[in-house]
Design a protein around this ligand. Structure first.
Ligand SMILES: *Cc1c(COP(=O)(O)O)cnc(C)c1O
Length: 395
């Protein structure tokens, strides 16, 4: 181990593995580590750095707001918080009743959504919450209960009650939903599970079934939101209207922020005293999110994601590596299906060739570049990824 690895090993909680590098500074889609090696960053902090690193709009927003007012608590409001609520309600199409709550992370956004589900209790008659097998909704106790990965939950049992995980099929949802279900939680694309898409018609069926049974349809847009899939939010591809969405990751472009957006009737569930967060919605975080979302709009980055995603996938498939079985996903949330369980090796070789990608699982590479990428970054990616695949080829 080198010096930073020793320090990490000694002083950072052992809840995560050894990092791939110690990063120091970045610019656009590029990031440089402490040893001076520069990488093409096609993970963007797991779909977080929407504008890439050190974008002038991000830097200016942080600087301007920090020099004015950074934090005020929930006893006060500020213009950036009001503006962000209005902006997210508009972008999500949450309508005249749309409302926003702000926290600091994705897990907290899903905690707020879980509590929203508990409020939809019809006088105690609704005790069930449905989520999907392999779902990822976060690591705090409530969001972990929603997460459909038994190995993540096992050390922390017992879980918050009432959550059941069903396979992501219309038949399974039809078979399990009834009038005791308070909410159904769905990711439009399961990013952590390996960029796995829902079966065709699933969201439409979930909307119809939840309406029929009085359950809330909650869409977790934490990874798929902020334009990543080529729409502002992933559910918009299906043309449905959910009861609530949760957001985080890309809306802050690197500033920690999360939120719950409610639609229609669901906006009436939370009452005074039901929830709160000291940092949630503070002017620094909300000002930066406004600037990031404003720049995504101004620069047409949602459309860029829609165009660059298919371009990137065609280029990956055209490499012709026997390791690549195919690609999945939507917009700039891309999964590369491997023909052998060597995703970890591909990531390590990619690092050696100056490229950051992610192993979502043994057989899937997840790619989530900043939304600003163009031809130059895709050319660089292809060169480096081709080398990584060749080095990882096990045959
Ligand atoms: C990352 C993620 C979360 C958790 O967000 P944190 O900010 O890490 O708490 C929840 N749901 C989905 C779909 C995610 O991708």
């Amino acid at each position: 181990m080198n010096d930073w690895q020793l320090r990490f090993d000694q002083r950072i909680m052992r809840s995560i593995g050894m990092p791939l590098a110690k990063l120091e500074h970045g610019s656009g889609a590029w990031v440089t580590d402490a040893a001076g090696t520069t990488y093409l960053d096609f993970l963007a902090g797991i779909a977080v750095n929407s504008l890439g690193h050190a974008h002038p709009v991000f830097v200016e927003a942080v600087t301007a707001q920090a020099s004015k007012l950074a934090h005020v608590s929930n006893y006060f409001t500020t213009e950036p918080a009001l503006e962000l609520a209005e902006r997210l309600v508009r972008l999500a199409g949450a309508g005249p009743d749309g409302r926003a709550w702000f926290g600091n992370s994705g897990a907290e956004a899903n905690e707020a959504a879980f509590k929203l589900a508990r409020l939809n209790n019809s006088g105690g008659a609704r005790t069930r919450v449905i989520a999907l097998v392999d779902a990822f909704h976060g690591r705090t106790m409530g969001s972990l209960a929603l997460t459909g990965k038994p190995h993540m939950r096992a050390p922390f049992e017992p879980m918050a009650g009432g959550v059941e995980h069903i396979p992501a099929t219309i038949e399974a949802l039809e078979a399990s939903i009834d009038d005791a279900v308070a909410a159904v939680f769905v990711e439009p694309i399961q990013g952590e599970a390996g960029v796995v898409e829902l079966p065709p018609g699933f969201l439409e069926a979930a909307r119809e079934l939840t309406l029929r049974h009085g359950a809330l349809l909650v869409i977790d847009e934490i990874q798929t939101g902020a334009g990543r899939t080529g729409e502002w939010f992933g559910f918009q591809h299906a043309g449905i209207t959910p009861d609530a969405i949760t957001v985080a990751k890309g809306i802050g472009g690197g500033m920690p922020i999360g939120g719950l957006i409610t639609f229609g009737r669901a906006s009436g569930l939370y009452q005074k005293g039901h929830h709160g967060s000291t940092f949630g919605g503070n002017p620094l975080a909300t000002a930066v999110a406004n600037a990031v979302l404003g720049e995504i709009e101004r620069a047409g980055l949602v459309d860029n994601a829609a165009v660059r995603g298919p371009q990137l996938r065609r280029r990956i498939e055209a490499i012709g590596s026997p390791l690549v079985e195919g690609t999945r996903g939507r917009g700039l949330l891309v999964g590369v299906a491997l023909s052998a369980p060597v995703a970890g090796d591909v990531v390590a070789h990619a690092m050696r060739h100056g490229l950051i990608v992610n192993a979502a699982n043994d057989t899937t590479i997840r790619i989530a570049p900043p939304l600003i990428i163009g031809d130059a970054e895709i050319d660089e990616f292809e060169t480096r990824f081709t080398r990584a695949l060749a080095d990882a080829h096990p045959y």
